[in-house]
Design a protein around this ligand. Sequence first.
Ligand code: SAM
Length: 196
Amino acid sequence: MISVTTYATFLRRALREPAMIGAPAPTGAALAAEIAAVVPSTTATTVVELGPGTGPISPVVRARLAPGSRYVAVELDAELVAHLRRTLPWIEMLHGDAADLRTLLADADVGPVDAVVSSLPWTLLPPAKRRDMLAEIAAALAPDGVFATISTLTALPALVRNLREDLDARFEEVVATRPVWRNVPPSRLFVCRRPR
Ligand SMILES: C[S@@+](CC[C@H](N)C(=O)[O-])C[C@H]1O[C@@H](n2cnc3c(N)ncnc32)[C@H](O)[C@@H]1O
């Protein structure tokens, strides 16, 4: 259950930076469980979360991880970074833009990544920036790594089609999961493997 302080932080940032936050509410438990299930759980892994926000996904993913795993997150918003450093101190927080992913990871001495989970507001990003970010993600992943991202059903269909095309250009396998209707807003995942 999300605390009042955490929800207030989310709301304040969503009202100040609607295009950067891009969602009316933090991800709910059912969708968080679905994205967490994509992350390998049997061996020690390196997981990177992009845009953790107030952190609704992070503890659910972490609960699956084998001992010795590494949990790194990249967040652009300074207030959310400070919030997470306070509330979820076990996250290796990197304050920066996911567009600079490889540099951020190299500076933090993070090697090939086994799983990237994201709730970035893809359809609100300029197309060139979105493509650059997907290129960074594909390059940061290990060859057998997985990239899972949330896609809201409220986004304009044409923008989701553009996102899908960009994912297909970067990954050999892209699977759209069934919608999680209980989430606000209802959303699905794109689960991408075999970076090109
Ligand atoms: C839709 S919110 C999701 C927040 C949280 N993960 C959740 O599921 O509720 C998107 C998050 O991505 C962050 N973000 C947006 N653009 C970013 C970027 N270029 N690099 C890193 N984080 C970014 C926002 O600050 C925000 O925390």
